[in-house]
Design a protein around this ligand. Structure first.
Ligand code: G3I
Length: 301
């Protein structure tokens, strides 16, 4: 399958998909994950609303199911995500003072990232901060930005490092699809943070929820992101409306051709289970049969 082709072609690379108990319950889906994927990202189960719905009260049922599945099947895990303005419980959004918010962030990260640290197939990567930019490259308005300013980024990454010293720590965002203001804002922030405190941010993830035609700019984006002060970059949530074979292949080849790019994760296996199911954006159809884009990627590797 894809994972085997990709790692034979270039040993460093993984091919991943999001998954969670709702899709791990589907036998056809699981068969494809086993045959074609080397890494899983929890689609929802590690988000703040799922893991700490009330302050100090943690629930890991679905996250544990995902981690146990990955462990017993020898798959890597991309932990997703520690600090995000969305799927954030109201009790966090309502915090107004710096001391409380800082300790709430640190406690959340120490619990969640600490839980999956140091195991045999521990979490390889954490998306520590997700979607923290506006389209113009400035910091997105959120409780984190409002109360703590840019310092929340360093606070979060340092807490993650403390909780899991082996995990590779990422900043992740969408619409980093051509070299635009958001890409430049990302690169500036990463360089600024890593200059002030070296080795804080290890990697940049570009989600790549694309339209047809956007595969052509993937290489330029990965080259630009890889020029920031990070050890690696990755494509973290790929899906492309209509799943055009050419665009998919351009994106995968862009990662293969970028020395710092460690892997491609698609945001689901089958169109049926996609958050964009109306656009049939994935590599497998509703019957879990490979589509043209899958065959093109495999053929090119
Ligand atoms: O769990 C509840 C369930 O109890 C309730 O009955 C049901 C009714 O709507 O909703 C369920 O929650 C849904 C959740 O997925 C779990 O299925 C939410 O409504 C729904 O909004 C949520 O959507 C997820 C979305 O993130 C939320 O922002 C998608 O599955 C997930 O694919 C999507 O993933 C994000 C990445 O994390 C970050 N980047 C963008 C990407 C796509 O939006």
């Amino acid at each position: 399958g894809l994972q085997e082709k990709l790692s034979n072609h270039s040993g460093k690379l993984y091919f991943g998909s999001c998954a969670d108990p709702n899709t791990l319950n589907i036998a056809n889906n699981v068969n494809v994950l086993k045959s074609d994927f080397g890494c899983v990202t929890p689609e929802n189960s590690m988000k703040w609303d799922a893991t700490e719905p009330n302050r100090g009260s943690f629930s890991y049922g679905n996250a544990d199911t995902l981690v146990n599945w990955a462990t017993s099947n020898g798959k890597l895990i991309r932990g997703h995500t520690l600090v995000w303005h969305s799927q954030l419980p109201g009790w966090v959004s309502n915090i107004n003072d710096q001391t409380t918010l800082r300790s709430v962030i640190e406690n959340h990260i120490s619990n969640l990232a600490g839980r999956y640290a140091g195991k045999l197939y521990a979490v390889r990567t954490w998306d520590v901060c997700n979607e923290i930019f506006e389209e113009n490259g400035s910091l997105r308005s959120s409780v984190f930005q409002r109360v703590l300013g840019e310092s929340f980024v360093t606070i979060a990454f340092q807490a993650a490092r403390k909780a899991d010293s082996k995990a590779v720590l990422y900043i992740n965002d969408y619409n980093l699809d051509s070299v635009n203001a958001k890409v430049n804002g990302m690169i500036s922030l990463v360089n600024r943070v890593n200059t002030a405190t070296p080795n804080t941010i290890d990697g940049i993830g570009t989600q790549m929820h694309l339209q047809g035609g956007q595969g052509s700019t993937a290489q330029a984006v990965l080259t630009a992101l890889a020029g920031a002060s990070v050890k690696e970059v990755a494509i973290t949530e790929l899906d492309i409306a209509g799943a055009p074979a050419q665009d998919y292949n351009q994106v995968v080849q862009a990662c293969v051709n970028t020395p710092k790019c460690v892997g491609v994760t698609v945001w689901g296996v089958s169109d049926t289970n996609s958050w964009r199911s109306g656009t049939s954006p994935l590599l497998f159809d509703g019957s879990y049969k490979p589509k043209a884009a899958y065959n093109t990627i495999i053929g090119a590797l």
